[in-house]
Design a protein around this ligand. Structure first.
Ligand code: DPM
Length: 385
């Protein structure tokens, strides 16, 4: 039964059920990530019917060009957003770090799930098994297409060389193991864990060696900004601590005008109701860098015991729910509810505003010390490579 933009069908008892369609890239990692979100939704809403639809994106097709050189920010997300817009799918699961800090109008991140280990990991060529970066032979080649990883590791380990490596995780591991081009590659610990490849992790990099990318290790569910049913449904997947950390990180990156391919790195931590944000920018060879830490409270002023959530009384207050009112113009809706692309109406708006400001403030601090110049030179050098 087709009804409006949505797809419905009758279950065995003649009950009309809405089919929720989830879009995903076709790589093994994307599928695993999408399946994990689908499993959670199925657990929370046993009555819904889920359908997973695999799609190929531009980023999957252009495999021979370094990501940092392609320049298109929404490489892995555009085709999926088109499908969302056409109501062909209702939600899309992404790695948060692949989503730009400003989403195209009409889309929002309706859920940010609990973060996995956000750190980078070293995967060694079998012939170097059990070694660490510091004891790899002089001029060993490390595979990474991340300017962020290369900059930090060049600084720390000047005896190593860095070369681009592309392709999905399966391709990269193959390139590492079956050839003699790389002594090791650097990958996110989270992706390796989801693939079940923890046994290949030779070393987890510390923040002193490599701070992580904004949003790394967290999954995001992207939805149509005005689709209040779906927004409400996925909102329960939000992990409050992860959301707040990632809003701070994304606000930091956004203020620096950094895309997914700038040498910008972060570290966040919530301890004793304080969110600590450390942010850094690097020159391409890591010789030049700026790094600072700022903190803010994540306690809602009206309900000290309930750290992140909107006090119940506020739910009856219109200002907290009018984002879901139909009939407001799109621009107003988006601007009102989203913080760096994230919609999280069940988490204290006051605290969200505070952590967003934290990110902006930290970026402003680094900008006042010359961050813009470092990033401009890094961009120019990368373009000229
Ligand atoms: C972004 C970067 C990379 C991905 C840049 C960075 C790594 C590119 C490379 C923005 N997206 O991290 O500095 O190493 O050549 C990506 C991975 C994951 C999501 C793979 C990885 C899985 C981890 C996660 C690619 N996007 O980083 O090893 O879900 O956070």
């Amino acid at each position: 039964m087709e009804n409006g933009p949505y797809k419905y069908f009758r279950d065995g008892n003649g009950k009309v059920v809405r089919v929720i369609r989830i879009g995903t890239r076709k790589s093994q990692l994307a599928r695993i990530q999408t399946d994990s979100v689908a499993d959670k939704l199925k657990e929370l809403y046993p009555d819904i019917q889920l359908e997973i639809i695999g799609m190929t994106t531009t980023g999957d097709k252009i495999l021979d060009t370094a990501l940092s050189k392609i320049g298109e920010k929404s490489l892995f997300t555009k085709e999926l957003e088109n499908a969302l817009e056409r109501n062909e799918v209702d939600l899309v699961v992404h790695s948060l770090k692949d989503l730009p800090t400003a989403l195209p109008l009409g889309f929002t991140i309706g859920a940010v799930l609990k973060r996995e280990n956000p750190f980078d990991a070293v995967v060694l060529h079998p012939k170097h098994a059990n070694k660490t970066l510091d004891v790899l032979p002089e001029n060993s080649v490390i595979g990474t297409s991340s300017l962020r990883r290369a900059a930090q590791l060049k600084r720390k380990y000047p005896h190593l060389e860095f070369k681009d490596i592309r392709g999905n995780l399966n391709t990269r591991l193959k390139k590492l193991d079956e050839k003699d081009d790389y002594a090791a590659i650097i990958l996110a610990a989270a992706g390796l864990k989801r693939m079940g490849w923890e046994d290949r992790v030779g070393q987890i990099l510390t923040p002193e060696e490599s701070m992580y990318a904004v949003g790394q290790g967290a999954l995001a569910v992207e939805v149509r900004a005005r689709d209040t049913d779906i927004l409400e449904m996925v909102s329960v997947l939000h992990d409050p601590e992860t959301v707040l950390r990632c809003i701070a990180e994304r606000a930091f990156l956004k203020r620096l005008e950094g895309g997914c391919s700038v040498p910008v790195a972060v570290h966040t931590d919530v301890t004793d109701s304080q969110l600590y944000l450390t942010g850094a920018v690097f020159s391409l060879d890591g010789s030049d860098s700026l790094k600072d830490t700022m903190q803010t409270s994540v306690i809602d002023s009206e309900q000290v015991r309930c750290l992140f959530f909107v006090p119940l009384s506020k739910f009856e207050d219109d200002s907290y729910t009018n984002n879901v009112n139909v009939g407001q113009d799109q621009e107003h809706v988006d601007e009102f509810t989203q913080r760096v692309g994230v919609t999280a109406t069940k988490i204290s708006g006051e605290v969200q505003n505070r952590v967003e400001k934290l990110g902006v403030d930290l970026a402003n601090l680094l900008l006042s010390k010359g961050a813009k110049e470092i990033l401009t030179v890094a961009r120019q050098l990368n373009d000229a490579r």
